[in-house]
Design a protein around this ligand. Structure first.
Ligand SMILES: Nc1ncnc2c1ncn2[C@@H]1O[C@H](COP(=O)(O)OP(=O)(O)OP(=O)(O)O)[C@@H](O)[C@H]1O
Length: 252
């Protein structure tokens, strides 16, 4: 079951430094939300707090479940999964084995690498969705950079993750890989919720359904791509200078 993500007054403090400073966020099921903001805005820390990796105060609810205070594996069990800036796949194992292990999270370790006669349905579906079917028997270490990221997303899909939180998924990708990733995220968001931390504005314009801009740990702006781009506060943060409307009668 998919569910809304509801964040209220989220705060994360490191040794007296407040990295996330009272964030409210509502992400409806099926959204493809981009989380942007300058370096140090608190984007990764926010995702860390949602996934149980950073201690936080406030409230993060996924449907009826409060996430704050749950250990990482219990957040994951609710159908919430994330990727990191660097892909974390098992390089020596094949694409299929990586997916099989992810799908078998919870199975006894000794059975995970056993050759299986049939490919489980969810693994076949993830291969198809991520475009990796033809590469299923290749060691993950041989994959191109983009393909590794797609494999990592596939590893979330086989776990039936309903809310995917992706940290800079197109960093270092070629133009063609970015386009393929955009199409992949749209396919995934058809029946799941996707939150993407991203710096790439072209990618955002092409793919985002909604955008939240963080700055200094707070929500600076929120809306559609067009609304956020037109917001003078966002322009100020990104361009480094205030976009002021000259007072009537003054020289421009
Ligand atoms: N474990 C930590 N201990 C101390 N400070 C931290 C820790 N993690 C993050 N910070 C600080 O919190 C602030 C927010 O960091 P965060 O990584 O969330 O920003 P970000 O928006 O994801 O930036 P980037 O776009 O550069 O990844 C930064 O000032 C960072 O130095």
């Amino acid at each position: 079951m998919n569910a809304p993500l509801t964040i209220r007054d989220l705060r994360v403090t490191f040794d007296g430094f407040t990295a996330v400073d009272g964030v409210d966020l509502d992400i409806r099921p099926g959204d493809l939300r981009f989380l942007i903001g300058p370096n140090g805005a608190g984007k990764t820390t926010l995702v860390d707090a949602v996934t149980g990796l950073a201690p936080a105060t406030g409230s993060v609810r996924f449907g009826d479940h409060e996430l704050l205070g749950r250990p990482v594996h219990r957040v994951a069990r609710l159908g919430i999964g994330r990727t990191f800036q660097t892909a974390t796949v098992f390089e020596q194992l094949t694409v299929l084995q990586n997916l099989d292990i992810a799908a078998g999270a919870g199975r006894p370790v000794r059975t995970l690498l056993r050759q299986r006669r049939n490919i489980p349905d969810e693994v076949a579906a993830a291969l198809e969705t991520t475009g990796l079917t033809a590469h299923r028997d290749r060691p993950a270490g041989e994959l191109a950079h983009g393909q590794k990221q797609w494999l990592e997303i596939g590893m979330l899909l086989v776990q039936n993750v309903r809310l995917l939180l992706l940290d800079e998924p197109v960093a270092g990708m070629s133009h063609a890989e970015r386009e393929a990733t955009g199409a992949l995220l749209r396919r995934i968001a058809a029946d799941r919720t996707v939150v993407v931390i991203e710096h790439d504005m072209d990618f955002l314009r092409a793919v985002a359904r909604s955008v939240t801009v963080l700055h200094a740990g707070r929500v600076l702006s929120e809306g559609t791509v067009a609304e956020v781009r037109a917001d003078p506060r966002v322009q100020e943060v990104y361009l480094g200078e205030p976009v002021v409307t000259a007072p009537a009668g003054s020289e421009a």
